[in-house]
Design a protein around this ligand. Structure first.
Ligand code: ARG
Length: 584
């Protein structure tokens, strides 16, 4: 149990003794205090329940305080009836000891584990991943780690775009002349070349566009030659993607791409029609509004020229083909039926929010109303000109190139600052810092805000950066290298008195609550910024309180603090999928 949980239970027990009925105990919350001058934790329980208890909030607060028995903290009342808790040094030391002894670092395990499917990354294959994929890929990986840490069953699924118009394009150009040598040496570049050459050609020539389309139709009808080309494209793309995912330390439990649902689409649309959920309209089959929401809130309506019009979801096109949307309805069915998903999180660009609103509404009407469907959306990565990041030629930068650039920038910092000797060590450190910086920058921003991709800033040792965090970790480790003899840890030895020690423990023991918070609004930035704060608390402690030069019990307790900081930093970075070096 975290401290806030312990304190909320104490409030609840006090309320029970006072005979105050609490309709929803989960609403009795104790949070970390925003302003430390008022204490370490706070609660507005008295204010919330005053009306119902027919008491003035301050009076109720006083009664609660009188009934709480604890030597954990001092309790005071502020303002209209806030309860403020200030923990005693002994309580802090005990909390640190408990966290130290816990393999899980006191991260609370959920009482009701859910099966959470996380749909993320999902690039369209035959095209290399571009810079935009950083966001979904990294946020998705982090959320999956946090979910698992809290005790949920997480299923990571890469819903590749492996069955779309791009294959008509690639196949057309492939047949015109694929460069087999390039296909062996630089497969993704060759696929991209093919894709670009036909999309260029199709732009100005309607006949070519038609030919590309018919290549796609042939593929969809199972033409053996086109299927063979498609299979090779997939295999080559998978290899290219694996290189990137390995580098990013991202993995998936399943790769259920769009093509995996092909056979289910025709029966699905028939079912939708027979149950009356979809109907024909101008030759296509569409899902229309359920007419339960005002048009403003209805994803199946648009306002054109001041008038609300139908904006249906097309599940079968006039030519008999199926859509992205059709496949997505099939994925919901599959994930609920086969994986018993309680939750499905789609970590996808905000531009697709209209699609997901329709999908979620349609899914509920189909009867999937038990599963919690969430669009975890995110914004755009910008260049220094504050416009979406582009290469000089105006394309989206490829993800692999972006990572290379980050590693190069990190290498410059390593060359300047690092004490490592060998070329290989420096190279490894630069890779770790470069990739870690890209990830940390992503995760430190609120997912909905756009941010400027500024390599120099991201890899700098000063600032709210990954290198600053990694350096803090390294500092905690280097203390133990300087120790002579083994460090035998006895958690009982925690004893904190100095304000900087108390503040460090305060930050350390917040870890569990902070990890939990990430799940509340799918916000890894809460964990990222917490780790920065923890690192700052560590540096202040390290400056104010000598460790190796202190003696006896003080030295032992301070070493424990360093070790605990080290473990929390490493664990927290691990949840962000960032590796920490032992030296730098
Ligand atoms: N492949 C899609 C794209 O690149 C993203 C897929 C997201 N997942 C989903 N189930 N729709 O836009």
């Amino acid at each position: 149990m975290t401290t806030s949980q312990i304190l909320s239970e104490k409030i609840l027990a006090a309320l029970t003794t006072l005979g105050v009925e609490v309709p929803d105990p989960s609403r009795i919350q104790v949070t970390t205090a925003a302003d430390l001058r008022f204490g370490d934790f706070q609660s507005n329980a008295a204010m919330m329940l005053a009306k119902q208890a027919q008491k003035n909030p301050r009076a109720l607060a006083e009664e609660i305080v009188a009934k709480i028995e604890t030597d954990l903290c001092e309790i005071s009342i502020a303002g209209p009836g806030f309860l403020n808790f200030t923990l005693t040094p002994k309580a802090w030391a005990d909390l640190a000891a408990a966290q130290y002894a816990s393999a899980n670092l006191s991260v609370p395990q959920t009482a009701s584990p859910r099966t959470i499917v996380i749909d993320f990354s999902a690039p369209n294959v035959a095209k290399p991943m571009h810079v935009g994929h950083i966001r979904g890929t990294i946020i998705g990986e982090c959320l999956s780690r946090v979910g698992a840490k809290l005790g949920h069953k997480v299923i990571k699924d890469n819903h590749l775009g492996d069955w779309g118009t791009q294959f008509g394009m690639v196949t057309w150009a492939w047949k015109k002349g694929v460069d087999e040598v390039a296909l062996e040496t630089a497969p993704l570049q060759e696929l991209l070349r093919l894709y670009r050459s036909s999309s260029e050609a199709a732009k100005t020539d309607d006949a070519i566009r038609e030919e590309c389309r018919s290549e796609l139709v042939k593929l969809q009808q199972g033409d053996p030659e086109n299927i063979a080309i498609w299979n090779r494209c997939l295999e080559l793309s998978r290899k290219g993607l694996d290189v990137i995912y390995d580098r990013l330390d991202v993995s998936f439990d399943h790769w259920m791409g769009e093509s995996a649902y092909n056979d289910q689409l025709a029966p699905l649309v028939e079912k939708l029609q027979s149950t009356g959920l979809a109907r024909e309209s101008n030759g296509a089959v569409c899902i229309f509004s359920g007419e339960t929401e005002p048009p403003k809130k209805d994803p199946f309506k648009v306002n054109r020229d001041g008038e609300w019009q139908d904006f249906p979801m097309i599940v079968r096109k006039g030519d008999g083909g199926f859509n992205y949307a059709t496949t997505d309805i099939a994925t919901v069915e599959f994930r609920v039926n086969e994986w018993q998903a309680d939750e499905i999180w789609y970590v996808v660009d905000f531009r697709q929010s209209g699609h997901f609103e329709q999908l979620f509404d349609a899914s509920r009407r189909i009867g999937h109303d038990q599963v919690n469907l969430v669009h975890v959306s995110y914004g755009t990565i910008l260049g220094k000109d504050n416009k979406p990041l582009k290469t000089r030629s105006g394309d989206l930068p490829q993800l692999g190139d972006v990572l290379d650039d980050a590693v190069k920038a990190a290498r410059a910092v390593v060359d300047q600052k690092s004490r490592l000797d060998t070329e290989q060590e420096k190279e490894e450190l630069a890779e770790l810092i470069g990739i870690g910086s890209v990830k940390f920058t992503e995760l430190a921003h609120h997912r909905m805000s756009d941010y400027v991709f500024d390599l120099e800033k991201m890899v700098a040792l000063e600032g709210d950066t990954a290198p600053y965090l990694l350096y803090s970790y390294v500092r905690t480790r280097s203390i133990f290298r300087k120790l002579e003899g083994d460090f035998i840890a006895d958690p009982e030895a925690f004893a904190v008195t100095e304000p900087a020690e108390i503040h460090l423990v305060r930050m350390l023991t917040r870890y569990g609550d902070q990890v939990k918070l990430v799940m509340e609004d799918y916000r890894p930035n809460l964990l990222a910024t917490y780790l920065l704060e923890l690192a700052r608390a560590f540096h202040s402690f390290f400056e104010a309180c000598p460790v190796l030069k202190s003696e006896g019990a003080t030295r032992e307790s301070r070493l424990l603090l360093c070790d605990l900081t080290s473990r929390v930093l490493k664990d927290g970075l691990g949840l962000l999928a960032i590796q920490a070096p032992e030296k730098m």
